[in-house]
Design a protein around this ligand. Structure first.
Ligand code: NAG
Length: 423
């Protein structure tokens, strides 16, 4: 089945062999609304089989399409109409380097996917769940925890997800939970992770699609060293066309303001064939996608529950792992696509810069003597009342964590202040 779809996708995406007709000439896809007719929508075949084009063309909208399009871009910052037309399943094809297919993986951890969703599009999350089920070995996938963090009234998905579970007979695989009040992404991740029961947790953003063979390369480094946090390569799903494209294989880092950044590897690095498959160390992580042993995540003190909504929890977890005896790796053979939205549609807490608040908590807990570099980069941080960080300090002491100097010297030398930066 998997093979068949893959073959179809590859041949039909460009050219339909039977009819000799070019894909560019396919008519637009008929629209089935999954919120209204879930059963009908789930029966839709891939666009290659339906021979239709899911991309929105605003001049050809009818009234209901036009409404759906506007609602989608406003609510999710991507084209939900195109996503609904694309349908409930697709195979994005092999995305990893060809040498990845020759790799042998024998790590056998049971795995819980943990997905937080807040005001998410139904089509996107369902296509993601279908892909996970299709492209993850049954022996490894124990459950998918779907945790709804108090979506706004017209975006509540819990009932739709329950209906989906029933229709597809997935009631034992899907753990569907919701919080009545807004936890924020960080606290929601902790609550949801506590519902997981497998050996390994994979946190995944709610608008992703996995590529074949995505999980095994994430588990292998955990078998070699249980104190590993392993990241896939985050590929790009276009928010307008939903085209899947490979991103550059990169490390993650940050600056002294604790702003996340990508660190691109030099081209020469990949000229050595094995570097295209071998996991490599990364000072930090983007945060939306990671695999970690559940007991290790708990040992690290999970995420800082004092943080608000969103931001810096990825830096906190990276520092905690590195400074307290663990490591962060990227597994280049694991590929997961992520819809990069046109803008961040989250709302923050009123009157509060939650990202800065969280960053100050990280600086105060982990940066030690380098705290002054943070406040030089973020002078407004000095005014922030950052709350109680005593739990974080307890974790730091319990795990006997190394000082930030060690991280700068051994993990992330590029972070070291240049001589002229010293004030
Ligand atoms: C689908 O339609 C869009 C918009 O007209 C066009 O740009 C694109 O090339 C078409 N794609 C395919 C595969 O037909």
């Amino acid at each position: 089945m998997r093979f068949l779809i893959a073959g179809f996708w590859l041949t039909c995406a460009v050219f339909s062999a039977e009819t000799g007709e070019k894909a560019e000439n396919w008519p637009k896809c008929a629209h089935v609304d999954p919120y209204v007719d879930l059963e009908g929508w789930l029966k839709l075949e891939s666009t290659a089989v339906r021979k239709c084009n899911h991309t929105s063309v605003s001049t050809e909208f009818d009234e209901s399409e036009s409404q759906k399009y506007l609602w989608g871009t406003k609510s999710f910052a991507f084209d939900a109409l195109a996503s609904e037309k694309l349908g409930p399943a697709r195979n994005v094809g092999p995305q990893a380097h060809q040498l990845c297919a020759e790799q042998k993986y024998d790590a056998q951890f049971s795995t819980s996917l943990v997905v937080i969703h807040h005001n998410e599009a139904l089509s996107t999350i369902l296509r993601m769940i279908n892909g996970i089920i299709e492209f993850t070995p049954k022996s490894l996938l124990k459950e998918i925890v779907l945790y709804e963090d108090a979506s706004d009234d017209d975006h509540i998905l819990t009932e739709h997800l329950q209906k989906f579970a029933k229709l597809r007979n997935l009631e034992s695989l899907l753990k569907i939970e919701r919080s009545e009040y807004r936890q924020g992404l960080i606290r929601a991740k902790v609550h949801a992770s506590r519902l997981a029961t497998a050996e390994v947790i994979v946190f995944m953003d709610s608008h992703c699609e996995v590529a074949e063979g995505w999980l095994e390369p994430l588990l292998q480094p955990i078998k070699e060293n249980p104190k590993s946090i392993v990241l896939p390569v985050v590929d790009l799903i276009n928010p307008v066309t939903f085209d899947y494209s490979q991103s550059m294989v990169a490390k993650s880092g940050f600056d002294w303001g604790l702003n996340f950044k990508w660190i691109y590897l030099p081209w020469e690095y990949f000229e050595t064939p094995e570097n295209n498959v071998k996991p490599f160390e990364s000072p930090a992580m983007p945060g939306g996608l990671l695999a970690v042993k559940r007991d290790y995540f708990v040992e690290l003190g999970e995420y800082d529950m004092g943080m608000e909504i969103w931001g810096s929890e990825n830096i906190e977890l990276s520092l905690k792992a590195w400074l307290c005896g663990g490591r962060v790796l990227v597994a280049p053979c694991s590929r997961v696509g992520h819809v990069f939205r046109m803008r961040r549609p989250y709302t923050s807490k009123p009157g509060m810069d939650t990202a800065l608040y969280n960053a100050v908590r990280v600086a105060k807990t982990w940066l030690g003597n380098y705290e002054k570099n943070f406040f030089a980069a973020k002078p407004n941080g000095k005014k922030i009342v950052f709350g109680d960080i005593s739990e974080n300090i307890k974790i730091r002491n319990r795990l006997n964590c190394k000082p930030m100097e060690w991280f700068v010297e051994n993990v992330y030398p590029d972070l070291a202040p240049k001589v002229h930066d010293e004030l």
